[in-house]
Design a protein around this ligand. Structure first.
Ligand code: NAG
Ligand code: NAG
Ligand code: NAG
Ligand code: NAG
Length: 955
């Protein structure tokens, strides 16, 4: 037995770590830039740098002549091809064209006009005549994240990831980004709110005994998000065998935001300011009234300029503007002061601190309870923003301990390691909140259309339509914990229609479609009828369990109908004597309560763990322990119990205490009939998640684009190879002039040079638009005659070298035969003669070939090649090696010893044979030669006595 203290270590060692995923990505898809973080086994948490060695990548795709470009490749061409370069696609996910976040893009001079498409149930962008959904465009960027990770050096394909999302993303947007990830063939372990990811990154090394309240203020390019977070620690066992230890943990208590205020809002103001200035200049000069805002290329230039101004004015008080030939050959020259910037943005700056109040309100804590502030996001560097925040928090110092650009991606990757089963990382407890109200409306499935009508007319739920059954219940409130569950129970004997929707509230973003998901729950009526036929009274109790996952997705996860039957059963009970009877009685009575209750509890637990497994985010762990059950417990109590008949079985029948060991007892028991109900899910509203059909269509479209990209890359490569070969011919002809002149005629050399010249001309003419196959053919055409000439040149040296080596080897064989005359007497003269005969044959071959080559035209194909030469000893070697294995005659010795020797010899011989075979089969010319020499030496070593060792050295 192993000592118990070793067990945990052994168990850890036995985990099949290698078979599980090796790397997890944390992708922070900010509206302008994507940041990718990586967690790998035995490596620190790190940021993946892109193909330009940058730590962030523009969220942008450039479509150019059928292929796509990303990141800096796209952004550097953006100013020239703005209409081909969609950006900020994630802003369009799961939203309608009139959603405030989409509308604000226009204010920010977005180059595209997102249009609603009925078939796709969402907005689309048209790029160069082709329509793309935001899911497709985001999928392209996410695929690019995988590509840069591969280029960064992660060789195994990466599939697992955690994506950050703004806290104000509703289910529509969350579903859409999951669809995008599926298109990109990524497996999303979880979605995580941006600030929560930063808070997690901030909390990795924290372990606060006394709770601390932090406020995270995050002003990014597109929005402001504020979260109130409580850090604390609790005791936790890492495994069954480990000691309890204190782990850091945090809870998001509340969040607030401004979804349309961010760095890009300031940029847009600056662009407008500059556009106005330029218009004045331009219109004066040309005598017309035009607006430079209509000119996409000029606008793209101004946007770049605006971003620069904003950054410089964060540290300086003045910025000189100069844009060379902004438009119509007119330069734009001006300057802007920080005061001016603040003036044109004053209303935006006024909004900067508002979300702080909202977050504190949701968190239900006062300003005084806050312990610290952390600032993140690129746009928080604007001094006036910091001023506004500081004022709003009563002058507290603004902490800037996090890398404001990267903490969210890093936190997301860490979260991935925390929720994945294949990583063992420091556990950090985490819980987040849902900021919206989610409610359900229940109605009879058959009357759903009629009820819908009533709802429209405002009659729904009115007391007077008493014959129509319907119910309304809030299942998740503002501030409820993510990962919580809620069960609704009611008595019903008909099939049910469930509408899950958002309720209007001050937190719900304007323009959000209310309907989340619809369910038709069937099987209730059938079950009720079956029960009635069985003679049971009353209605089945239907229970619907809803979950708000840790990724913020609400779903109906369980639907069942239950009916209880009271049955009288006879039971045999053990009886010992008078006293024992007392004990038995007590036992019997408790069965009704005790047996029933633990059973139910257990069941609940089972379901919970099942659900945790099925949970897309698998993040049961990620919740703090106390957070976990709170809601669930509360929920159970809140279930609609209106018709729950609590029929307690009458206590009855006193058993007569008797003599024998057993007796029959009559007992009332509750038998539970449970039926899982059939649920069909569908979506309503103008913005809906992808259907399988659209998913397939989008996948096919992306595959086709990927194929085109691949072809383009192969064409690029073919072009490069072709061009390189042109230079190769020229260089070779001049560098190796002397040798080449010996094996080529004047005409041949001229032809080669001419072919290179023609090839170059062709490339810049027809070749410019030629396809891959043409390039491959042209390469062959160009390289074949050149390769022949260069080969002859190379052989000029290689042939004599090979012949020389062969001759030496043959001489060695001759020497060996001579030696064998004395050292290997058991080998006959006949046998040695055979070897020497073969040596002569090889020598004759050499003589013949060398002579023929001398007589041949050096500018045409050689008579023989250097690579044919080493093979000439093949036969000789095989004979020699066979001879070496020939057993020596048995010396007159003790019987036993001889036998031992024989066996040893035989084994030796076998091994030798193997070695020999493999070495002579080696294809490569020169190596084989060397190897063979080695082989012969080795053989000799073994074959000769120790006395001969000195001689072998010479060879
Ligand atoms: C909407 O999308 C479908 C499918 O991609 C496309 O065939 C159709 O042309 C689009 N409709 C409009 C009005 O653009
Ligand atoms: C907010 O906090 C106060 C004091 O901690 C408490 O009395 C009150 O019930 C809380 N309000 C809500 C809505 O939780
Ligand atoms: C009945 O059983 C209980 C528990 O076994 C015991 O404490 C009690 O004294 C018993 N009563 C009588 C009257 O025997
Ligand atoms: C036979 O073997 C024995 C013991 O190994 C040895 O002493 C003896 O000399 C051997 N005889 C011959 C003839 O080699």
């Amino acid at each position: 037995m192993k000592p118990p203290s070793l067990l945990p270590a052994l168990l850890l060692g036995a985990l099949p770590l290698q078979s599980l995923s090796k790397a997890i990505l944390g992708v922070d898809l900010g509206s302008l830039y994507m940041k990718v973080a990586l967690v790998q086994r035995n490596s620190p948490l790190e940021i993946v740098t892109n193909l330009h060695s940058k730590r962030k990548t523009e969220q942008m795709v450039l479509f150019d002549q059928g292929s796509r470009f990303y990141g800096a490749d796209a952004s550097s061409l953006m100013a020239r091809k703005p209409h081909l370069t969609p950006s900020q696609m994630s802003v369009l996910l799961g939203r309608n064209a009139d959603h405030p976040s989409v509308r604000v893009l226009k204010e920010r001079h977005y180059h595209f006009d997102p249009q609603y498409n009925e078939t796709r149930s969402g907005v689309c962008l048209t790029v160069d005549g082709e329509e793309f959904t935001p899911e497709e465009l985001v999928a392209m960027v996410l695929s690019h994240a995988k590509d840069i990770t591969a280029a960064y050096g992660v060789t195994s394909p990466v599939k697992d990831c955690v994506l950050t999302v703004p806290a104000f993303y509703t289910q529509h947007e969350r579903r859409a980004i999951l669809d995008a990830a599926e298109l990109a063939e990524l497996n999303v372990l979880a979605l995580i709110n941006e600030n929560s990811a930063a808070a997690l990154h901030f909390g990795i090394d924290r372990n606060d005994k006394d709770p601390l309240h932090y406020l995270f203020y995050n002003m990014g390019a597109g929005s402001v998000q504020v979260s109130v977070v409580r850090y604390h620690s609790y005791m936790r066992k890492e495994s069954k065998f480990a000691k309890e230890k204190s782990v850091g943990s945090f809870e998001v208590l509340g969040s607030g935001w401004d979804a349309t205020l961010g760095g890009a809002s300031f940029d847009a103001r600056l662009v407008d300011y500059m556009a106005e200035e330029f218009n004045k200049l331009w219109n004066e000069k040309r005598g017309h009234t035009k607006d430079v805002r209509e000119v996409p290329r000029a606008m793209a230039k101004l946007m770049i300029q605006a971003n620069k101004i904003k950054h410089v004015l964060s540290a300086n008080s003045d910025f000189p503007i100069f844009v060379d030939a902004l438009h119509d050959d007119i330069n734009y020259q001006s300057h802007i002061s920080r005061a001016k910037f603040e003036e044109i943005c004053h209303d935006l700056l006024d909004r900067a601190a508002v979300p702080i109040g909202n977050a504190l309100k949701m968190a239900n804590i006062t300003l005084e309870e806050l312990d610290a502030i952390e600032m993140i996001g690129g746009a928080m560097r604007v001094p006036k923003v910091q001023e506004a925040v500081q004022k709003a928090v009563g002058g507290m110092e603004l902490g800037m301990h996090l890398n404001s650009d990267e903490s969210m991606a890093l936190g997301a990757a860490f979260h991935g390691a925390n929720v994945s089963t294949s990583f063992k990382v420091r556990h950090v407890g985490m819980s987040d909140v849902n900021p919206f109200v989610v409610a359900v409306d229940l109605m009879e499935l058959e009357k759903k259309d009629a009820t819908e009508e009533k709802k429209k007319k405002g009659l729904f739920g009115k007391k007077k339509d008493g014959d129509d059954w319907n119910k309304h219940a809030t299942i998740f409130k503002i501030g409820s914990k993510l990962g919580g569950k809620k069960t609704i129970a009611f008595s019903m004997d008909k099939d049910v229609h469930v509408q899950m929707s958002y309720e209007e509230s001050e937190t719900l973003p304007e323009g959000t479609g209310l309907s989340i998901e619809q369910y038709d729950v069937a099987g209730v009526a059938e079950f009720a009828k079956e029960m009635k036929d069985k003679g049971l009274d009353g209605m089945p109790k239907v229970s619907l369990q809803f979950e708000m996952s840790t990724s913020g997705i609400t779903q109906l996860i369980k639907a069942e109908a239950v009916m209880e039957e009271t049955v009288i059963v006879e039971e045999e009970v053990e009886v010992e004597d008078e006293e024992g009877n007392n004990a038995t009685d007590a036992n019997a009575e408790s069965t009704d309560d005790k047996k029933e209750e633990p059973k139910e509890e257990k069941k609940e637990e089972e379901t919970k763990s099942e659900e945790a497994n099925a949970d897309e985010s698998k993040s049961e762990d990620a919740k703090t322990d106390e957070a976990k059950s709170e809601d669930a417990a509360a929920d159970e109590k809140k279930t609609d119990e209106t018709s729950d008949e609590k029929k307690e079985g009458d206590e009855k029948k006193k058993e007569e205490p008797k003599k024998k060991k057993t007796k029959m007892v009559q007992k009332e028991k509750k038998k539970k009939h449970t039926r899982a109900l059939k649920v069909s899910i569908y979506h309503m509203g103008s913005v809906r998640p992808y259907t399988p059909a659209i998913m397939a269509e989008s996948k096919a479209k992306l595959d086709m684009l990927a194929q085109k990209d691949k072809e383009r890359m192969m064409l690029e490569e073919a072009k490069n190879n072709y061009e390189a070969y042109i230079y190769y011919i020229r260089n070779k002809l001049s560098d190796d002039e002397e040798t080449i002149n010996k094996v080529t005629s004047e005409e041949q050399r001229e032809a080669l040079l001419k072919s290179a010249e023609d090839a170059e001309e062709w490339m810049f003419d027809e070749g410019f638009n030629a396809d891959l196959e043409t390039y491959q053919n042209k390469y062959k055409e160009l390289s074949t005659p050149a390769e022949e000439a260069f080969f002859r040149a190379a052989e000029l040296n290689a042939r004599p070298k090979a012949i020389d080596a062969l001759t030496k080897k043959l001489d060695k064989v001759v020497e060996l035969m001579k030696k064998w005359e004395t050292t290997m007497e058991h080998i006959t003269e006949e046998e040695r003669k055979e070897v020497l005969h073969k040596v002569d044959e090889a020598k004759a071959w050499i003589e013949e070939k060398v002579k023929a080559q001398e007589d041949a035209d050096p500018t045409s194909e050689p008579v023989f090649k250097s690579e044919d030469v080493p093979g000439q000893t093949k036969k000789i070697e095989s004979i020699v090696s066979k001879l070496m294995k020939k057993p020596k005659p048995k010396p007159v010795k003790n019987e036993t010893e001889t036998e031992k020797n024989e066996t040893a010899d035989a084994t030796d011989a076998d091994t030798k044979k193997d070695e020999n075979d493999s070495s002579s089969e080696t294809a490569d010319g020169e190596t084989t030669e060397e190897k063979k020499e080695d082989t012969i030496e080795e053989k000799k070593d073994e074959a000769t006595d120790e006395k001969n060792e000195g001689e072998t050295d010479e060879l």
